[in-house]
Design a protein around this ligand. Structure first.
Ligand code: E4P
Length: 217
């Protein structure tokens, strides 16, 4: 399972990249706004921090303007992945861009039928929004399960990019279902390493080691 950081905070991305655990980055207009930085400038900087795909989202709602925006965005760097909304215009744009060899992430997916359309449009990634699904009284994980089943039925190559992940249990369940990628806030990636028994074990080993009076270096 690949891990993408769902943020436009370059300091957080650089810190994660240094761990070797980062496979890519996703951004969206809200995350760009939160960064307070220029869209093009921050996206270029992020593309230099990872070799993996960096999703940059179009903001137009019609196909023609989406294509014009994508043209600008894909010039930022070779690892830019164009993010388009799951609408008919977005799917049309997805098909045109993937036919041309450009990576596309179809975002704002909230149903398995939408994910089926994204695969038929040749999407590189589809982003089902797990947490927002849960927030609205639906079962986000069963959405991921349904998409996995459908994609396996037809051997679609579109990767399931589980998005809107809120906590480590989401990550665990997505990994069990077989989501190809999880995009999550850096704090969730870091939280995956935490375990009270790991902390307790280290504390015990440190105490016993100190009592030996030895040193390795
Ligand atoms: C995905 O690409 C989105 O940026 C993201 O996962 C949305 O998450 P949120 O629901 O926490 O805003």
């Amino acid at each position: 399972m690949k891990f993408f950081a769902d943020t436009a905070d370059t300091a957080e991305i650089a810190e994660l990249a240094a761990t070797g655990l980062l496979d890519g980055v996703t951004t969206n207009p809200s995350l760009i706004a939160k960064s307070g930085r220029d869209f093009m400038e921050v996206t270029k900087e992020i593309c230099g921090l990872t070799d993996g795909p960096v999703s940059a989202e179009v903001v137009a709602l019609d196909h023609e303007t989406m294509m014009k925006e994508a043209e600008v965005l894909r010039k930022i760097a070779d690892n830019v992945c164009i993010k388009v909304p799951l609408t008919i215009d977005g799917l049309k744009t997805c098909r045109a861009l993937t036919n041309d060899g450009t990576q596309v992430n179809v975002t704002l997916c909230f149903s398995a039928n939408q994910a089926l359309l994204a695969a038929k449009a040749g999407a590189t990634f589809v982003s089902p929004f797990l947490g927002r699904h849960d927030d609205n009284g639906f079962d986000g994980l069963s959405l991921i399960e349904d998409i996995r089943l459908i994609y396996d039925n037809y051997l679609f190559e579109t990767q399931i990019l589980a998005a809107s992940i809120r906590h480590p249990v989401h990550v665990l369940e997505c990994a069990k279902i077989g989501a190809d990628v999880g995009t999550m806030p850096p704090k969730v990636i870091k939280a995956l390493a935490n375990h009270v028994l790991t902390d307790k074990g280290i504390e015990g080993f440190m105490k016993d080691w100190a009592a030996t009076g030895q040193s390795i270096l």
